[in-house]
Design a protein around this ligand. Structure first.
Ligand code: KIV
Ligand code: ZN
Length: 514
């Protein structure tokens, strides 16, 4: 029997999430995140927008051909070209979904589409029918739905469902809605779309006013049964509804929400870390659920209470989201077999060669750092395996710095397997390192942001550096991890340069070219 309160979790980290400035990912990174999302229990993974670029098409195809459980969605505008391209990318998935969209607000119709209500309605029907000719699993989204005329919105949804849509999605594209108002709109759609019982009503909220999660939860209460979310709430502008906030709200307040999801909450924290590590988007410390301070108690009175009974000041247990502060894993004496077993437990399946590479780095890290934690291993895999297609690789780095010398950096890089080296001075050690890397790579990017933090606690922790680079109008983030913070800085810079290279080779097609 169908569970009326089962909420379908649709994750768009790889599509709307990737639209966060600089968050572009390579194919191996996207596949790694998709694999983790499947383990997390996400029902539908929106793997990308295949018509947007060749790289996006290839990544969606790879994910569709690899994953075994989750539905794989491809975003397509309401056009024949997009839908055919989208279908081509996902057709071999176990359960493919075409997600087609067109704007329905008067503002978008007049200024963006230059179409009238009748034309948008016709385009909706045409594109849903085309999508339906490929698969039964079709989602239709009314872009800027929250600012559309409610009666017109219902008319478009009715037509989309008649044409074969099995999910209709109501986006708050610009994050303008207020929870009570959004819940009223959802209820209005439920009551005024005659065939709504033949489809699932979904919502997709943006966080421009910080209300994405509240709007999504209000919509669930009003009858929506699919939520569109991203990990850590990453996404266009201020981001999308965050998966962890919605799922943990449903889990923590069952008296208020009799709803369930398929999410294994113990995988939330590792997934959040992975997405941050791969995209380079830092999780702010006070972020709900997954921030470093989310379970930290500073005030003495709170600490005392938590020691007596954690529920005095903790509404959730850290273990529920998979946060085990004592996740002491391995050390200097751990062998290859133990490392592999642990890596598999973390959800990776490395080839023999990849494992050898990671084991070698693990041993050298274990020589410097006593306790190796999950975060350390994740960083090693990220750097050694997921970035294996990189154009620029660091071979060695030697830096002279102090208060009585001119900081000087000597660096050797491999550029497409050709070794190059050089040395240069700078105002500080990082300036020197970045100057020589820029010279060796022949790149002219501007450093927009540099930040550093410790990956775990302790003075022997690895430094984690994030940079934001801009070149030829393209922005990319880079991340690097190493016990030596200057090396971590070099790795972050090189990672950012590699991402810029990827973006230069895989430019997003401009709308006119599609
Ligand atoms: O925000 C939005 O309207 C979207 C649609 C494409 C669903 O991302
Ligand atoms: Zn969106």
């Amino acid at each position: 029997m169908k569970d009326e309160n089962r909420i379908i979790v649709f994750d768009t980290t790889l599509r709307d999430g990737e639209q966060s400035p600089g968050a572009s990912m390579n194919q191996a990174e996207k596949l790694r995140i998709a694999t983790q999302l499947e383990k997390l229990g996400v029902d539908v993974i929106e793997a990308g927008f295949p018509a947007a670029s060749e790289g996006d098409y290839e990544a969606v195809k790879l994910i569709a051909n690899t994953l075994k459980v989750s539905q794989i969605a491809a975003l397509c505008r309401a056009s024949e070209h997009d839908i055919k391209r989208g279908w081509d990318a996902i057709k071999d998935a176990v359960n493919p979904r075409i997600h087609t969209f067109i704007a329905t607000s008067d503002l978008h119709l007049k200024y963006k589409l230059k179409m009238d209500h009748a034309q948008v309605l016709e385009k909706t029907i045409e594109s849903v029918k085309l999508a339906k000719s490929f698969t039964d699993n079709v989602e239709f989204s009314a872009e800027d739905g929250s600012r559309s005329n409610p009666d017109y919105l219902c008319k478009v949804f009715e037509a989309a469902i008649d044409a074969g849509a099995t999910t209709v999605n109501l986006p708050d594209t610009v994050g303008y809605a207020i929870p009570e108002e959004f819940a009223e709109l959802v209820a209005y759609v439920m009551n005024n779309t005659p065939n709504i019982d033949k489809a699932v009503l979904s919502v997709h909220c943006h966080n421009d006013l910080g209300l994405a999660t509240s709007n999504t939860l209000a919509a669930v209460t009003a009858g929506a049964r699919q939520v569109e979310v991203t990990i850590n709430g990453i996404g266009e502008r201020a981001g999308n509804t965050s998966m962890e906030e919605v799922v943990m709200s449903l889990n923590t307040r069952p008296n208020f929400f009799p709803h369930t999801t398929g999410i294994d909450t113990t995988r939330i924290y590792p997934t959040s870390r992975l997405v941050s590590m791969i995209t380079g988007i830092i999780i702010q410390p006070n972020r709900a659920i997954v921030g470093a301070n989310a379970f930290a108690h500073e005030a003495g009175i709170h600490q005392d209470g938590v020691l007596k009974n954690p529920m005095t000041y903790e509404i959730m247990k850290p273990e529920t989201i998979g946060l085990n502060k004592n996740n002491l894993v391995l050390g200097k004496h751990s062998g290859r077999h133990a490392l592999n077993a642990h890596i598999q437990e973390m959800g990776y399946n490395l080839s023999e060669d990849e494992l050898n590479l990671v084991f070698e780095k693990f041993k050298s890290l274990a020589d410097k750092k006593k306790n190796i934690r999950d975060e350390d291993i994740e960083a090693l895999i990220n750097e050694e395996v997921l970035r294996s297609d990189d154009v620029f690789k660091l071979e060695y780095i030697h830096v002279l710095s102090g208060n009585t010398v001119y900081p000087t950096a000597s660096v050797q890089l491999k550029i497409n397997d050709r070794a190059v080296q050089g040395a240069i001075e700078g105002t500080g050690p990082i300036d020197a390192v970045y100057n020589i890397i820029s010279k060796l790579t022949g790149t002219k990017s501007e450093l927009l942001r540099f930040s550093i933090s410790a990956l775990t606690e302790g003075t022997d922790a690895q430094g984690e550096v994030t940079v934001r680079l801009q070149e030829e109008g393209i922005v990319a983030l880079g991340k690097g991890t190493d016990p030596d913070i200057i090396t971590a800085s070099a790795l972050a810079y090189i990672n950012g340069l590699n991402r810029l290279e990827y973006l230069k080779k895989n430019p997003l097609l401009s709308p006119e070219k599609l």
